[in-house]
Design a protein around this ligand. Structure first.
Ligand code: ADP
Length: 519
């Protein structure tokens, strides 16, 4: 593979820096062979992996080692890209935004430092994966539930720091953050919230601390390296009640959102249901070539035939109620009555009670089976996600759905979308699935992505999270008052990171010396 050095750093200086890193973490944890570098590339890249080449990776084992690595990086002006487990698939995986950056792999720091059953929280290091925390809670019989994203291969911290989400009432993972320990780009240690008191009794209980509150400043940013993270966990409920339905027509997603949004806002429904088009079920059970050989987007009649074969609607809706049995039953009746105004179909009902196998409960049980879908196009599969945020109403959802689907059809990619409902907004994740070795298809995917960013910005929709290759474009779509927010971010960046060593380019925020690199 092509090797990349950090900008303005000679081979000799780079080698000196790597030697100094070895002095801190041990030689075996400085990874700089071609094979090592390949491991940290974007494994799902749509033909643009060479835009984000890591120069090496360093794996510290403790916050003190992180601090020492950061100090060396300042001395030699070596950019660092922190990852927790590096499984940010579809958004760049373990790769850095700027080629030549050294990946700071925190995966070895995986201690679960505290779990408090009474107050429902944990304090963890960044390398703790969803499986690690789940297994810990199960083994110790702790009745606390996690919120887990659809693909749970990654870390609890990495997901919350990127604003990933799960589907329980604690679904907005970033909202559950309570207290952090951070190494600033200069190497200074800081604790947020009440953790700023050395003997705090409330670090994971009270988010705000005293004065300005900084937790969100370290989320989707390049202002610090999180070395400890407090997260709230949900007490296991007495019961859950699932309501599943297939919606036959594409436009049914509109009324479904209008019916569910007030119920979500008033608390009848407390979780974030994801309404996804059924191709995701088909793609996780079969490959496209079994049904269709054409190159462009799969035609509607082929898709309809498939849905019939698998007994699926155009969309699948899966709702889940959590809490006391009687309350769940009462809320289920309210939801059923609201749906009955639009459909004669009945919900499939799934009940779970404490003590039943957890797999059917609606708890955050980690799984990676959704990744099956990347095999849809055959070959070495990959996906990228375009994920705008919209108001939770049929007007916006249908407009966005129709214009997005039209773009997929024009450019020739199979439409694969979902709308996840929160209290006031929906996130619309549009997946593009490809064979990474099909250059024509990956070129179409990149063109589609760019078209969708531009379309969404015109409508006033931003993305909630994006792939490395589009961080500048999305940042520039926040254009109020001549990009005042970006200028604020840059001012903070320059103040906290005078040498510009931490994650240059992340979220479109570049340090002063590299700002010309902005697209
Ligand atoms: P996952 O949990 O899915 O493996 P990653 O480790 O890939 O997540 O992290 C996703 C992104 O979040 C990274 O590319 C980085 O920008 C940011 N990030 C992850 N961990 C940290 C951390 N400990 N401190 C600061 N930023 C982080």
């Amino acid at each position: 593979m092509a090797s990349a050095l950090p900008p303005n750093v000679s081979e000799k200086t780079f080698q000196k820096a790597l030697d100094a890193f070895s002095g801190v973490v041990g030689k075996q944890w400085v990874l700089a062979t071609d094979e090592d570098r390949t491991t940290y590339m974007d494994i799902y890249a749509a033909g643009d992996a060479d835009q984000h080449l890591p120069s090496a990776a360093v794996g510290p084992q403790s916050a003190e080692e992180v601090q020492a690595v950061v100090r060396i990086a300042n001395e030699y002006k070596i950019p660092l890209w922190p990852i927790s487990r590096g499984k940010n698939l579809g958004y760049g995986a373990a790769a850095p935004c700027m080629s030549g950056t050294v990946v700071l792999d925190l995966g070895r720091m995986k201690r679960i430092l505290d779990v408090n059953e009474r107050f429902g929280y944990c304090l963890i290091e960044p390398g703790v994966g969803f499986y690690d925390l789940f297994n810990y809670l199960q083994e110790h019989k702790i009745p606390l539930w996690m919120s887990v994203p659809a693909n749970a291969w990654g870390s609890v911290a990495g997901n919350a720091l990127e604003r990933g989400y799960g589907y329980t009432p604690y679904g907005e993972n970033t909202r559950n953050i309570c207290g952090m320990e951070v190494v600033l780009p200069t190497g200074e240690f800081v604790r947020t919230g009440t953790g700023a008191m050395a003997n705090s009794q409330c670090w994971q209980l009270f988010k705000y601390g005293y004065g300005p509150s900084w937790d969100q400043m370290f989320v989707q940013s390049n202002f610090g390296i999180v070395t400890k993270l407090g997260m709230w966990l949900m007490p296991e409920p007495e019961a859950t009640l699932g309501l599943n339905m297939q919606l036959p027509e594409p436009d049914d997603v509109g009324w479904a959102i209008d019916v569910l949004q007030p119920l979500r806002l008033n608390g009848v429904l407390e979780q974030n249901p994801s309404i996804g088009n059924s191709i995701r079920s088909v793609a996780s059970r079969s490959q496209r070539s079994e049904w269709y050989q054409g190159d462009g987007a799969m035609p509607d009649d082929v898709l309809r035939g498939l849905l019939k074969k698998f007994n699926l609607g155009w969309w699948g809706v899966n709702l889940r109620l959590y809490g006391y049995d009687e309350v769940n039953e009462a809320h289920a009746k309210i939801i059923q009555a609201a749906f009955a105004k639009h459909t004669k179909q009945e919900f499939e009902v799934v009940k779970w009670h404490r003590g039943d196998p957890i797999e059917n409960s609606g708890a955050g049980v980690p799984s990676t089976s959704v990744l099956q879908a990347v095999n849809w196009r055959g070959g070495r599969g990959g996906h990228v996600g375009f994920s705008p945020v919209l108001p939770a109403s049929s007007e916006h959802v249908l407009k966005q759905f129709h214009s997005t689907r039209k773009r997929y059809e024009e450019i020739g990619v199979d439409y694969f979308g979902s709308f996840t409902l929160f209290d006031r907004y929906v996130t619309n994740v549009n997946m593009m699935i490809y064979d990474r070795d099909n250059a024509a298809l990956t070129a179409r995917v990149r063109a589609l992505f760019k078209a969708l960013v531009t379309d969404a910005a015109k409508e006033g929709y931003s993305e909630y999270r994006t792939h490395l290759s589009y961080m500048d474009e999305v940042a520039l779509s926040f254009d109020f008052n001549n990009h005042a927010l970006l200028r604020l971010n840059e001012a903070v960046k320059d103040a906290l990171d005078p040498n510009g060593i931490l994650a240059p380019g992340k979220q479109g925020i570049w340090p002063r010396a590299l700002r010309k690199a902005r697209a």
